[in-house]
Design a protein. Structure first.
Length: 442
């Protein structure tokens, strides 16, 4: 049973069904992408513990996979005590879905380096201002319980604080009263490490590490990602800086990423794929890695693995294998880490809605899909909101930078409208952090 059936749940449902597994999709709105594929589905408010319990007891699933934050976590704890299998555990889910608990776990329990941070209450604006001053400008103000950039804002000066408070209150997955103010790290690249904790042949839980993937976020939300067979193309620097490729430094960065991720995921425990967001910074001849956030499930940036890895070994296939106790291939590298290498250089780029509304239409599919090595995925969400992720392009190429350029060009061929609105393209939506379309990198 999937508690949340968006585009990430949809891909997991497909992987489960490839193995003949019966699936149930639960979401808060009708016709969520995964609901159209699952054997059965329900539309409920998952914050309502009574309703959630009724559905779970009725279906009696072997595995429950929480996919979104808007869930009654107390109910999950109770159900786990009664013998239901929560992935990876109710405690890990409870921790990862709330930034304060997660930051304390990363920095204090896992003893991983993080940016400086301070908590504050949005009902006391002076406390938020004081926290920003303490951390220093620029900084990031984030609602304690949120995701996908909602409730988060970069704050460059005191004049931005009131707007950040309003955004946290409006977009938080809860009351929005508490925020975390984080130091802005001048990193070289931001990565996701998709570590998988699973059974080995002897029944022992081990961790397998795909190559780290680089990603770009805009206002806290995933916009593009990339992964390659040679990490020196994008570690510790972004793929645009290929002239600075340094195999030795990239090797050190990847090793630090594995070490950091293992510390975090070992504390969280359980069997699952974990999307660990990290900051990587070159420091002379070494690399420094900062822990940021973790998802105990497939990560949106990991959509790139639909092309970088062979069929059934994307992040979605790895997750289903891990939670069901099926084998995951891998081999030990020279440092003793169990690794799973990609089979192609790939990159992803999102397709965002320019409008609010229903009756969503798309144009430019022919030109996009006609590009060699390009895969287009329209999620089929029944309702659009400005900036909502409605699809993704994943592309392969001989190099990571070529794949990134190709995915960006292909995604920007798509135009959208909702209802009677005029057609609007992706370039009108966003060009920050792009390599082809325009704007200076930020």
């Amino acid at each position: 049973m999937f508690l949340g059936a968006g585009e990430l749940g949809q891909e997991q449902i497909m992987e489960a069904q490839r193995l003949g597994i019966e699936t149930v999709a639960v979401d808060r709105y009708k016709n969520a992408p995964g609901q159209r594929l699952a054997d059965r589905h329900y539309v409920i408010n998952m914050r309502d513990g009574k309703l959630l319990r009724e559905v779970i007891e009725k279906e009696d699933p072997d595995v429950i996979i929480p996919e979104i934050e808007a869930i009654s976590l107390d109910t999950l704890f109770d159900l786990e005590k009664e013998g239901f299998y929560i992935v990876p555990s109710a405690k890990a889910t409870h921790t990862a879905m709330q930034r304060k608990r997660l930051r304390e776990l990363i920095s204090k329990e896992a003893e991983v380096l993080t940016s400086k941070y301070v908590y504050a209450n949005t009902n006391d604006p002076d406390s938020v201002r004081a926290a920003c001053e303490k951390v220093g400008y620029p900084c990031v103000v984030k609602a304690i319980q949120s995701s996908s950039g909602l409730g988060s804002m970069d704050v460059h000066s005191p004049k931005d604080v009131d707007e950040a408070i309003a955004k946290a209150k409006k977009e938080a997955r809860g009351s929005g009263e508490e925020v975390i103010i984080e130091e802005f790290i001048k990193f070289d690249t931001e990565v996701t490490e998709l570590a998988v904790r699973h059974f080995d042949d002897s029944g022992k839980i081990v961790t397998t590490f795909p190559n780290a993937l680089g990603h770009a976020q805009i206002e806290g939300d995933y916009h593009s990602s990339w992964m390659g067979m040679n990490v020196a193309e994008y570690l510790p620097r972004n793929p645009e800086n290929t002239r600075d490729m340094n195999d030795e430094l990239a090797y050190k960065a990847q090793k630090r990423i594995y070490e950091t991720t293992k510390k975090i995921t070992d504390v969280l425990g359980g069997r699952s794929i974990f999307g660990c967001e990290l900051f990587v910074k070159a420091d002379g001849t070494d690399a420094v890695v900062y822990g940021n956030e973790v998802a105990c499930r497939p990560h949106d940036t990991g959509l790139v693995t639909l092309q970088s890895h062979m069929n059934t070994l994307s992040e979605f296939g790895l997750h289903i294998r891990a939670v069901c106790g099926f084998p995951i291939p891998g081999e030990k590298n020279d440092d003793g880490f169990r690794v799973l290498k990609p089979v192609a250089n790939a990159a992803s780029h999102v397709i965002l809605s320019p409008y609010d509304g229903h009756e969503v239409s798309y144009k430019g599919l022919w030109d996009c899909m006609g590009m060699e090595g390009v895969s287009l995925k329209i999620f089929g969400k029944p309702e659009a909101h400005v900036g909502r992720r409605m699809g993704v392009v994943v592309a392969t190429a001989p190099t990571v930078l070529e794949a990134k350029r190709k995915a960006e060009i292909a995604a920007h061929k798509i135009m959208m409208k909702a209802g009677d609105n005029p057609w609007k393209g992706q370039t009108e939506m966003e060009t920050r952090k792009h390599v082809v379309y325009g704007a200076k990198r930020q």
